[in-house]
Ligand binder design. Structure first.
Ligand SMILES: C[S@@+](CC[C@H](N)C(=O)[O-])C[C@H]1O[C@@H](n2cnc3c(N)ncnc32)[C@H](O)[C@@H]1O
Length: 203
């Protein structure tokens, strides 16, 4: 199997997130993004000209050894006029990696990305995350971030009536320590597929 077949097989399994990435990138004028814990989800590069991927899994490192083929595939299928810029680091995203600050960080099913990598986000930049591992909950409780929206499963961005999110059916406080130890997002009354946060200051 070549790497493009491998990518297409992966997308068939996880679902194509290109619509999600396009929607958020267009809304917030994202030109440069960072995707820690990406595995081989390179769909962001189809709609965002400059994306850096970080993942320390050996299968991912093997995939990105074919960076020329990845770039060729993206250049043939991308939706923006300029050449794509793609970088990959086969490292732990907690490490001190020297990177330019980006407009958006993508966090999907890969731990506490929004906490570990917010130093790479510009002031006013966007964290797009789900709450599978509790990353959205940690951002919600983090004063460095402002909760500004959600993306519903039909790929609509909602920015009003946000008070209803992060609330339990039986009213109680969020237990941050439990999220940190279990690495699982709590079960809230309303659960959108993704959350959007804005970084309020330079870290
Ligand atoms: C469940 S997969 C999700 C992949 C992709 N984000 C998606 O949604 O399709 C989690 C990925 O995060 C990577 N990952 C988890 N913790 C990491 C860390 N500390 N540093 C780098 N990569 C990490 C794993 O290697 C794995 O490829």
């Amino acid at each position: 199997m070549n790497i493009i077949e491998e990518y297409e097989k992966y997308i068939a399994k996880i679902g194509d997130r290109k619509t999600l990435y396009r929607l958020v990138a267009n809304r917030f004028d994202v030109k440069m993004a960072l995707y820690p814990g990406s595995h081989i989800d390179i769909g962001a590069s189809l709609v965002i000209p400059n994306v850096t991927y970080i993942d320390n899994y050996k299968g991912t490192i093997q995939f990105f050894k074919h960076l020329i083929e990845v770039r060729n595939y993206i250049n043939m299928n991308k939706e923006y006029p300029e050449e794509c810029t793609i970088e990959f680091f086969g490292l732990d995203y907690n490490e001190n990696i020297k990177l330019d600050k980006v407009d958006m960080i993508i966090s999907q099913f890969a731990g506490f990305v929004g906490q570990a990598t917010k130093k790479h986000l510009k002031k006013g930049g966007i964290l797009l995350c789900n709450d599978s591992h509790g990353d959205a909950t940690l951002a919600y409780l983090d004063d460095d971030y402002e909760f500004i929206g959600v993306v519903e499963s039909n790929n609509t961005i909602i920015t009003d009536e946000l008070e209803k999110y992060f609330k339990f059916a039986n009213e109680r406080q969020i237990d941050r320590n439990k999220v940190l130890t279990k690495m699982k997002g709590p079960r809230y009354k309303t659960q959108p597929s993704n959350y959007i946060f804005l970084l309020k200051k330079n870290i």
